[in-house]
Design a protein around this ligand. Structure first.
Ligand SMILES: [Zn+2]
Length: 162
């Protein structure tokens, strides 16, 4: 049996496009349901597509200068990175010349770089801190378990040590 997972994206005008997220093949004697690897890959693919769509909208909006509604002239592009809990993303970030009604110097702006801010998801530092705390807790529990097991061994062997 073949299964396809797709993401349907509906824009402001109500028009929708479809993006392929995953293709999975299963037979009755295979693993039941999703594997952890497939779940991670799917979440990563949804994240990538979502950010790409949001980025495109941000660039389209940044292309028009709000004060005079003029379309800005393009001045090349560069790649920007963004770290998320589902992996690091690389995005094309076009630069635009500032409108001449604002400045006569050839300054350029990058709407995507402004939108991405610190280039890291605000959830990531919180997650990392939680991760560190839960790892410390795990270590403490492991030590406790070892102590209990150690006592058991000592009792059975009826001598100290370790
Ligand atoms: Zn202008």
């Amino acid at each position: 049996m073949k299964m396809r997972v797709q993401l349907v994206i509906e824009d402001g005008s109500g028009a929708s496009t479809c993006a392929d997220i995953a293709a999975i093949e299963r037979h009755t004697d295979d693993l039941i349901g999703l594997s952890l690897e497939e779940a991670k890959a799917m979440t990563g693919a949804v994240q990538r597509k979502m950010v790409e769509v949001q980025a495109r909208e941000t660039i389209d909006r940044g292309l028009i200068f709000p004060a005079c509604q003029q379309r800005l002239r393009r001045n090349g592009k560069h790649r920007v990175g963004y770290r998320t809990p589902f992996g690091r993303l690389e995005l094309d970030s076009p630069r635009f010349y500032r409108c001449q009604c604002q400045t006569h110097t050839r300054q350029s702006i990058s709407p995507l770089a402004i939108w991405l801010g610190g280039h890291i998801s605000p959830e990531l530092p919180t997650l990392s801190a939680t991760d560190v705390r839960s790892r410390a807790l795990e270590r403490r529990n492991e030590c406790g378990a070892k102590r209990i097991m150690g006592n058991g061994r000592r009792n059975r062997a009826s001598h100290g040590g370790a």
